[in-house]
Design a protein. Structure first.
Length: 345
C-alpha cells in the first residue's frame, strides 16, 4: 500500500454496483481519469468478494443497494473488511440522510458519496480515500459526530474480554491506545504493516469496537473509571493516561476524543467547560477535526452560560500557551503519544 498522504501513479479501483450496466457505465466514466485504474466492475456480492480477493484494489466503490436489497451494500462492506481489511471503501448512496450516513461509517466505509454529485467529485473522493483520508462533507460529518455524542456509553472492557486477546494483540492494543500509527506500531513490534492491520481488525472484532476512536475512548474510560478523584477541574485530574498526554502535546485527535468524553461523561465526570475547551483546541489544531469539532462545540454552547464559555476559552488559551512553552526542541524528545494519528472512521 502507498504511504499515507502520498499519491500513487494510479489508484486501483473496484466498482460494485447494483446492475451490470450501472457498474460498466461508471467504470467507463472513471477510466477517463488518468490517475484511476478500474480493475473490476462487478454487480453481486459473491462476485465482488472474489474480485476484491483477486485484484486487491486500493479503493472499492460500493453501492448501498445490491441484489435488489437496499441494505446489501452495508452488509457487503462488513464482509469486505473481514476478508481485506486493508481495502478502503466508499459507499455510493442514493440518499444521504443522517441514519444512512451513520450506517455507512459503522459498516466500515472511509467515505460516503451521493449519486447527485459530479463525476469529477467522485474521482477526487477516490484519490483522497486512497491517501488515507475520510471523505464526507461538513453536514455528513456532523451526522457522525451527533451519533457518537448521543450513543450510550459502552461498558468498560472486563478482564475476560481483554484476556481474549492474544499476547501480540494486547501489545497492538496498547500501542493503539498510545495513539501510534500503523507504521509506528509495525516499527515498535517489528511486524509488517499488513500484519498490524490484521491484528487491529481482530482486536476490533473481539472487543466490539469499530474504529481507533472507539477503542481509544473505551480504554480511556477504563482508565478514568479507576481514578480515585473526580475530574471536576483540569488541574486536579488524576486521569493522566496517553489521551491526556497527547492532548496536552497538541494532538488534535486526542483533544477531539477528550472533548466527547467530557461531553458524555464517559470515564470522567461530565464537564461542559472542559468539553468545550478540548473541542475548541481540536478545532484550531487540525483541519481534519475542525468542522466536526465546531459543529459539536456550537451545539454545546447553546447549553452553556456566557461565563462558562469564557472560562472554557480562557483554559484553551492557557493550555495552548503551556503547550508552546513545553514544545520539544529536537525530534528525539518527542513522546510517541505526541505522534498520535488516530482517525474518526
Amino acid at each position: 500500500m502507498t504511504p499515507k498522504n502520498s499519491t500513487p501513479a494510479t489508484t486501483r479501483v473496484l466498482i460494485a454496483e447494483g446492475t451490470r450496466m450501472a457498474s460498466r457505465l461508471l467504470a467507463d466514466a472513471l477510466a477517463q481519469q488518468s490517475s484511476l485504474e478500474v480493475v473490476a466492475a462487478t454487480c453481486g456480492a459473491n462476485e465482488s468478494l472474489l474480485a476484491v480477493a483477486e485484484q486487491r484494489p486500493d479503493v472499492i466503490l460500493l453501492s448501498d443497494a445490491l441484489e435488489d436489497d437496499p441494505k446489501r451494500g452495508f452488509e457487503l462492506a462488513k464482509e469486505i473488511r473481514m476478508s481485506a481489511p486493508e481495502a478502503r471503501i466508499v459507499l455510493l448512496l442514493d440518499n444521504c440522510r443522517s441514519e444512512t450516513v451513520v450506517e455507512a461509517f459503522r459498516a466500515g466505509a472511509r467515505g460516503v458519496f451521493s449519486r447527485n454529485e459530479s463525476l469529477a467529485g467522485l474521482a477526487k473522493c477516490v484519490i483522497c480515500v486512497a491517501q488515507g483520508q475520510i471523505w464526507a462533507n461538513s453536514e455528513q460529518m456532523g451526522y457522525a459526530v451527533e451519533a457518537l455524542s448521543c450513543a450510550a456509553p459502552r461498558r468498560h472492557f472486563n478482564a475476560d474480554e481483554l484476556k481474549s486477546l492474544s499476547r501480540r494483540e494486547q501489545e497492538v492494543a496498547a500501542a493503539l491506545s498510545d495513539g501510534l500509527s500503523n507504521r509506528e506500531i509495525a516499527e515498535r513490534l517489528q511486524l509488517s504493516p499488513h500484519t498490524v492491520k490484521n491484528h487491529i481488525f481482530r482486536i476490533f472484532e473481539k472487543l466490539g469496537v469499530s474504529s481507533r476512536f472507539e477503542l481509544m475512548a473505551a480504554l480511556g474510560r477504563r482508565r478514568g473509571a479507576a481514578a480515585s478523584a473526580p475530574a471536576t477541574h483540569e488541574k486536579n485530574e488524576t486521569m493522566q493516561g496517553p489521551l491526556q498526554q497527547a492532548a496536552r502535546a497538541g494532538v488534535a485527535s486526542a483533544q477531539f476524543v477528550l472533548g466527547h468524553m467530557y461531553l458524555s461523561g464517559q470515564g470522567v465526570d461530565k464537564d461542559k467547560v472542559l468539553a468545550y475547551k478540548w473541542l475548541l483546541q481540536a478545532e484550531r489544531a487540525n483541519q481534519d477535526y475542525s468542522e466536526a469539532s465546531r459543529i459539536t462545540r456550537k451545539r454545546l454552547a447553546t447549553e452553556m452560560l456566557a461565563s462558562q464559555i469564557a472560562e472554557a476559552e480562557r483554559l484553551a488559551e492557557e493550555e495552548a500557551s503551556e503547550s508552546e512553552w513545553r514544545a520539544p526542541t529536537s525530534r528525539e524528545t518527542v513522546s510517541p503519544t505526541a505522534k498520535m494519528a488516530a482517525r474518526f472512521a
